[in-house]
Design a protein around this ligand. Structure first.
Ligand code: UDP
Ligand code: MG
Length: 309
């Protein structure tokens, strides 16, 4: 039995030695054969030299070195594509997901004969109120809009088995919302509750811009409801305009003398319809943009070097 651990890293020079030590310790307790696949996602700090040094001292350490920063989901995808394990664990490099939880995950996997054991965050330490609130709203909103049901407060920290790995390798979409895709696959999936810790060192590599892109992929790839909402908005605005037209007509017929053409109403109508049109075109545009990404069929990532593979 081989266990693969997939660790995406972007500018994590401050944490990697500690991450490697903690993971190695946990792997010793498990006693299975293992490989630690570190994916260097185009870091600009000393992440790669540190990983390289680790890989020279420890044959279990494997590196996929990207040609530039492709993003967290692409890094995890590369790890899954290249792992050889019967099981794989996806874990952040910053030790927010404690490596010791892998022991619980394996135990749950064995007891329940599960194909996926996903980590559920009971508590999140040391994260901004903004991040906690937006994450909470996002996971619940996604469930409301999507046809698939996803477990809430769940990240990518999880244990997956070979069936899931093989199914994942058959998915060809370019923008991946990995936690969603794995839920969508079905099989037996069970939760493992844990406390999400504070980052060991450094700061978050997920600024608002990346979070928005990530959320938008999650939403657009798992739901067509925004398109429906756009359509309903269109209907709604047509209805309002018809009612308004009727009112004007009646006033004109009943009180032709008192009828004054209002500047305010015209401006309001222009603003309203302008807004509705831009909004619906914007939603359409997002979907078309995603189709464009898929149609280009570019690879999701480019690997510059592989070490210990
Ligand atoms: N990460 C990555 N590429 C990126 C951004 C992040 O590989 O473009 C990695 C990062 O090194 C970490 C994990 O993804 O191991 C989660 O990122 P982070 O801890 O910054 O996110 P947060 O926990 O703040 O949501
Ligand atoms: Mg983190």
């Amino acid at each position: 039995m081989l266990l693969s651990v997939i660790i995406p890293c972007y500018n994590e020079e401050q944490v990697l030695n500690e991450t490697h030590a903690r993971l190695t310790d946990v792997m010793g307790k498990i006693g299975m054969d293992y490989e630690l696949i570190f994916v260097n996602d185009g870091s600009t700090d000393r992440t790669y030299p540190i990983l390289y040094k680790l890989s020279q001292d420890d044959a279990q350490v494997k590196i996929l070195n990207f040609s530039r920063n492709f993003g967290h989901q692409c890094a995890v995808t590369a790890g899954i594509n290249h792992c050889r394990g019967d099981f794989a664990v996806i874990i952040d490099s910053d030790l927010q997901d404690p490596p010791e939880v892998i022991l619980d995950m394996l135990e749950i996997q064995q007891r329940e004969e599960a194909n996926v054991v996903y980590g559920v965050r009971k508590k999140r330490e040391g994260e901004s109120r903004f991040k906690l609130a937006t994450a909470k709203i996002f996971y619940r909103l996604l469930n409301k809009l999507s046809d698939t049901q996803f477990p809430v407060d769940t990240g990518d920290f999880r244990l997956i088995d070979r069936k899931i790995i093989d199914a994942f390798n058959n998915l060809h979409e370019k923008n991946k919302y990995i936690r969603g895709l794995i839920s969508w696959m079905g099989y037996k999936q069970v939760p493992c509750y844990y406390e999400r810790k504070e980052r060991f060192a450094g700061e978050t590599k997920y600024p608002l811009k990346k979070m928005v892109k990530f959320a938008s992929v999650g939403l657009m790839y798992f739901s067509k409801k925004p398109l429906k909402i756009a359509t309903w908005l269109g209907f709604f605005s047509v209805l309002i305009s018809l009612i308004y037209a009727l009112i004007i007509l009646i006033i004109k017929l009943v009180h032709p003398a008192s009828f004054v053409i209002g500047w305010t109403s015209i401006v309001l109508i222009i603003i309203f319809f302008g807004g509705v049109q831009l909004l619906t075109v914007g939603i359409l545009g997002q979907y078309i943009g995603n189709l464009f990404d898929e149609a280009k069929d570019r690879p999701e990532y480019i690997i510059q070097d592989k070490v210990n593979f």
